[in-house]
Design a protein around this ligand. Structure first.
Ligand SMILES: *Cc1c(COP(=O)(O)O)cnc(C)c1O
Length: 417
């Protein structure tokens, strides 16, 4: 294997094959095949309609795009690099490239979407932003975007999550956000989402609900995908410049699915590029031990959308577990379910132990400390690489940096910080 990030581009081969039949656009009701839609109280439909119309027109608005693109470049620091993983490529015998969302301001891809939505909300004359957060990453991203644009910000968070993620609670407050603890249910993400939806129903005239992933009622799954699709647009250009060809596969972890959809979207029509998502395999196969929706769930409706859900035979949504808080959710974005039905995307599960091994591997081999979420993609890297042709090229998404996780790693491995 001889290639590095600075080598001259290889000669371009035949133009990449594109399969125009694979649609990646929801219908007028926001449905991706049987998935998606709007399973919300009647009172929210006007707000969702207003949001859909507002975003459709601003998407093509030159001034809006100019402001957004400017902030992506000069505030978030885009484009993020595509880094050649020299040692991993040597070890695995395939060319491995890393898309570096860990280098975004605030340390993960979530800011791409949060900033896009907060700008959109300001243009729709909303004066108040609400959001929910589990690990706190989306809360920090939303609080950051609100501080930058100058809008009031309230973040709902389960009290159990607030305890586990105290530094992120502190960050949000430093950025001027109000953090409201939710003491109901399991005191985690799904309880915070319920509370945020209640707030939105009551305050829909002046308030925008900034949802953090490709989930929830239409237009959120497609709108968040659009804001995150900058990841794949950059990666496609970067890999064509570096290798003169498209990759054989893309690899990304899947919580709600926004970093994965963000990377995949620009490649969906490229039939030769495998799209591989990695779910949290946790520490067992029983309900409550993992968050592998495609491996232990089935189709259902949860928190505004139709998709694959971890539920029992009575339709009761089940508790989940993952070593990484960002992947610890009982349902998955509807577009992923649809791409999977069409055979376009594949999904693997990565256990807690495999993810921890991936975390150390990337730190030691490539000098990058990844988020525990991103470590799930690295945990499957060897297996996926082995399934590619011997001249194969792969892009793995490093969705975030691991600073937020070092205390948890130390605790899990009995080490002192
Ligand atoms: C939140 C988060 C995820 C999971 O969310 P997706 O919507 O699936 O991308 C993954 N990685 C990091 C670093 C996160 O903060």
């Amino acid at each position: 294997m001889s290639s590095d990030a600075t080598s001259a581009p290889a000669t371009a081969s035949a133009p990449p094959k594109r399969n125009e039949k694979k649609q990646s656009w929801p219908d007028a009701k926001g449905r991706f095949g049987p998935y998606g839609g709007r399973y919300v109280p009647e009172t929210l439909i006007p707000a969702l309609d207003e949001l859909t119309a507002g975003w459709k027109s601003l998407k093509r608005d030159r001034a809006f795009q100019k402001e957004f693109q400017g902030l992506l470049a000069n505030f978030i620091g885009r484009p993020t690099p595509l880094t050649f993983a020299t040692r991993l490529s040597q070890r695995l015998g395939r060319k491995i490239w890393l898309k570096r969302e860990d280098l975004c301001h605030t340390g993960a891809h979530k800011i791409n979407n949060a900033l896009g939505q907060v700008l959109l909300a300001r243009n729709l004359r909303k004066t108040r932003i609400i959001a929910e957060t589990g690990a706190g990453q989306h809360g920090v991203a939303t609080a950051t975007a609100c501080a930058l644009i100058g809008l009031k910000c309230r973040i709902y968070m389960g009290t159990e999550d607030m305890r586990r993620q105290a530094p992120n609670v502190f960050r949000m407050r430093l950025l001027g956000a109000e953090v409201i603890g939710i003491d109901a249910g399991s005191k985690t993400l799904k309880d915070a989402i319920n509370e945020a939806l209640r707030d939105w129903v009551a305050n829909v005239r002046d308030t925008h609900y900034c949802l953090g992933t490709v989930y929830g009622p239409h237009p959120f799954p497609v709108m968040v995908r659009d804001f995150q699709s900058v990841i794949g647009r950059e990666a496609r250009k970067q890999i064509l410049a570096a290798e003169g060809r498209l990759p054989n596969a893309l690899l990304a972890c899947v919580g709600g699915g926004s970093n994965a959809m963000g990377l995949f979207h620009a490649f969906v029509k490229d039939a030769g590029v495998r799209l591989i998502g990695v779910e949290a395999g946790g520490n067992g196969n029983d309900f409550g031990q993992h968050a592998a929706r495609f491996d232990g769930g089935r189709p259902g409706v949860f928190q505004g959308t139709a998709t694959w859900v971890l539920q029992n035979t009575d339709g009761q949504v089940q508790n989940t577990h993952s070593v990484s808080a960002g992947l610890d959710y009982a349902a998955v974005g509807p577009e992923h379910a649809w791409l999977r039905d069409q055979g376009r995307a594949e999904f693997l599960r990565c256990s807690d132990a495999e993810a921890l091994a991936g975390f150390h591997l990337l730190a030691e081999a490539e000098a990058i400390i990844p988020a525990l979420e991103s470590s799930h993609a690295i945990g499957k890297l060897a297996e996926v690489a082995a399934s590619l042709p011997t001249d194969g090229v792969l892009i793995a998404n490093i969705s975030g940096r691991g600073d937020k996780d070092v205390a948890e790693i130390a605790r899990l491995e009995g080490l002192k910080l």
